[in-house]
Design a protein around this ligand. Structure first.
Ligand code: BGC
Length: 730
């Protein structure tokens, strides 16, 4: 469609209530079929092209920050308003884009609530927290006219230096899928479609538009693809976004194997595949399984990736020539309509209304509180006692706010950033959410004298530490889309600052606000470490609540923290166009550390509490390849708290990619002395290896060791299940 035609199509109001032309009593499939029958070739062609609305270049009628498909009013088909949503309804300031056009979801004051980073939500190990967060951001989107959120990022943390680690859900397929599935369900409960992205093996930002992720079929099925498979089954996202990268030399969005054979074939995915912005590579992508091209340039030349609209004239020409059958176009549109009906875009169009900012901020705070991980707490340094007279707070702008990650996941917070935002290397922004840990702490410790030093002069900061009862150092690592971090060190000489503080006081607490794992050369010298990630709209309050014990910390690491980069499968990130993921294969994260018998800094699943928990009474029940494990969890400490017992399974005769896999977990809340029985059911695919020749998940007959523990390295109960052989279709 040219610009003029687009402008005509845009004439319909973004919010106009569309009369449903098919009765809601029919199924989504039936309604899509009926609608399809009424559509001309031109109408169908319209549906598969989404126009770029990024950075001030949106066509009239487009209100989201990413993409727009105008309504087809004559058929009652609503517009698709596509907005990014890693951690909330993405927005950015008016002066961010070259066009500087007013955009409904932008504003200096911000109009959306940031959740903590997705990695922090994963650290909650609590699907309910993810669901609540999804419902909150889905509601905010719906109230702003947005009906498609580009959420659901689930690329596994193969590469902890990935600048987007904070947008994803860690290194384990089961944990990532449970959290992602719940978030997607939450978003879609608000009649807003959620994507899941970036399909597939889009695990680093270095050369993100060109790199090929090379990995064997079995390894891919048991790792990155398993995460997508489980999350899609749980969350039923309306759309899957294919990534920029190649897999084994074939572009994600041109990848017949990934899209047609696996996603739509093996998994019977009924929704549509949209490209990442500019990730199309010609009209034949349609035959490979892509259903919609996104990020089509409307004349400003600002597109990322491809600047040609593969599904514009080239698609029509291919259909006219017969190289792409018209039935394929029908299938593409059927899939889009089916998701729009299934999620309620026809029956429950967005209604503009004011946000309940207070309620939404509380949802974000609860997520942060459950995602904060207490990594070290020597001699009960924490929680801070009410009797404390003086607290020094050093660095990290902790007097003003908390750090957030940059890129398309960024949310410009309500009230504007805590300190002036700084532009990143490209279009990203470094933004501090206006939630001051210092102010929140002062409220909880009204009798303490709390002093702030920005940490720019370690000698001055150390002097303040020396004269204070306890010192909190806020250390930050900003990460963003588009750029990987060069290594796992804290930037800006913060290690030296922490060293200086640790030398000055025996009571030092490091609070980390970071995108992903970092090295801690000072670990043995400090009293306590609190991993707060990017903690979102109420991060300051969440941190203060954990520091003072108002909230008993309950987060567990969703990623391994290595001692240093030499422990990683790839000690350095190179500028190569081929990345060899067969080095670790399916042994991602803790599985690699277990296989190589490496001692990490902190293992996957680790996290302390102000209480303690004991496990007993292991019972294993199995029938065929169905294994259920139950056990008792007891709060053996003196404070109420939450614990996440984790079940790990080994494969018979070491046939797995690594000694053990996470096979189940549950977060439980217990009063002191209270016990509860936890029952976990193991998905048979977690007992299987994927056999590419047979094209099946194969469960071998044998004895499967089972362990219940506090982390991937700390087990309290062990048993085994004698499992019968099984073969499962993918
Ligand atoms: C990112 C996607 C995002 C899209 C639209 C791309 O550059 O990779 O995650 O959804 O832009 O903003």
């Amino acid at each position: 469609m040219g610009l003029t035609a687009l402008a005509v199509a845009c004439a319909s109001s973004a919010f106009a209530q569309q009369a449903p032309t098919t009765p809601p009593s029919l199924t989504a499939d039936e309604r899509a079929e009926q609608m399809l029958k009424q559509m001309s070739l031109k109408d169908m062609h319209h549906m598969v092209q989404s126009y770029n609305t990024m950075q001030g270049q949106q066509p009239p009628g487009g209100i989201g920050t990413a993409g727009y498909v105008p309504a087809l009013d004559k058929l009652g088909i609503p517009a698709q308003q596509q907005n990014d949503a890693g951690i909330g309804v993405h927005n950015y300031p008016l002066d961010a884009g070259p066009g500087k056009q007013p955009n409904h979801v932008r504003g200096e004051q911000g109009n959306a609530t940031p959740l903590p980073s997705t990695l922090a939500v994963a650290a909650s190990w609590n699907p309910q927290i993810a669901y609540d967060g999804g419902r909150m951001i889905g509601g905010e989107a719906h109230a702003q006219g947005i009906n498609i959120l580009l959420a659901g990022g689930i690329n596994l943390t193969r590469e902890p230096r990935d600048g987007r680690t904070f947008e994803y859900l860690g290194e384990d397929p089961l944990l990532a899928a449970r959290i992602d599935g719940a978030e997607i369900r939450g978003i879609q409960s608000q009649h807003v479609i959620s994507t899941i992205k970036h399909y597939a093996v889009n695990d680093q930002e270095t050369n993100r538009l060109t790199v090929s992720s090379n990995i064997d079929e079995r390894a891919m099925r048991e790792s990155d693809l398993l995460a997508f498979e489980l999350a899609i089954e749980d969350g039923h996202p309306g759309s899957v976004m294919c990534g920029y990268n190649k897999v084994n030399g074939v572009w994600d969005c041109s990848n017949n194997h990934l899209l047609n054979e696996i996603l739509k074939g093996d998994w019977k995915y009924p929704g549509w595949v949209m490209t990442d912005w500019g990730a199309d590579h010609g009209p034949m992508d349609a035959l490979s399984g892509t259903d919609q091209v996104s990020g089509i340039d409307v004349g400003t030349g600002l597109s990322i990736g491809s600047t040609s609209n593969s599904f514009g004239d080239p698609l029509l020409q291919a259909i006219a020539k017969g190289s792409i059958p018209r039935s394929r176009l029908e299938d593409m549109v059927r899939r889009i309509l089916r998701s729009m009906y299934a999620v309620g875009l026809f029956d429950f169009p967005p209604v503009t209304k004011a946000l309940d900012a207070e309620a939404d901020a509380l949802v974000s705070q609860r997520a942060a509180e459950q995602g904060i991980v207490l990594l070290k707490n020597e001699q009960g340094q924490l929680p801070l006692q009410g009797a404390i007279k003086s607290v020094a707070i050093i660095g990290g702008h902790a007097d003003a706010g908390v750090l957030s990650g940059g890129g398309s996941a960024q949310v410009w917070p309500i009230g504007g950033p805590a300190i002036p935002a700084v532009k990143g290397p490209d279009w990203q922004w470094k933004v501090y959410d206006p939630s001051s840990p210092m102010k929140a702490l002062q409220k909880l410790l009204p009798n303490a004298k709390i002093s702030y030093d920005d940490g720019s002069d370690p000698t001055r900061a150390a002097a303040l530490a020396k004269s204070s009862d306890v010192t909190l150092v806020f250390a930050t690592q900003w990460t963003c889309e588009g750029v990987d971090v060069p290594n796992l060190a804290l930037p800006d000489k913060q290690d030296a600052l922490i060293d200086a503080i640790a030398a000055a006081t025996p009571h030092s607490v490091v609070v980390l606000e970071n995108g992903g794992p970092v090295k801690m050369p000072w670990l043995s010298k400090v009293s306590a470490v609190v991993e707060a990630w990017f903690p979102g709209a109420r991060g300051g309050e969440a941190i203060a609540n954990v520091l003072t014990g108002k909230i008993n910390p309950s987060g567990r690491l969703p990623v391994t923290f290595p001692k240093d980069e030499t422990q990683l499968p790839r000690p350095v990130i190179t500028n190569e166009q081929q990345v060899d993921y067969n080095i670790e294969g399916a042994a991602v994260g803790y599985k690699w550390f277990d296989k190589k018998q490496l001692e990490p800094l902190f293992p996957f699943g680790f996290g302390l509490s102000y209480s303690s928990f004991g496990y007993s009474n292991l019972h294993v029940n199995n029938y065929g390849a169905h294994v259920t494990v139950s056990f008792t969890v007891t709060n053996t400490g003196s404070r109420a708290g939450m614990d996440t017992p984790q079940l790990y399974v080994g494969m018979p005769q070491g046939s797995g990619e690594a000694p053990r896999r996470l096979a189940g977990f549950e977060k439980v809340s217990l009063q002191p002395g209270q016990s509860r029985t936890v029952t976990l059911t193991v998905d048979p695919r977690l007992l299987a290896v994927f056999d590419p020749q047979a094209h099946r998940w194969q469960v071998a007959a044998g004895s499967y060791p089972l362990q219940v523990g506090h982390s991937s390295r700390d087990f309290a109960l062990s048993g085994s299940a004698t499992v019968a052989a099984a073969s499962i279709a993918p």
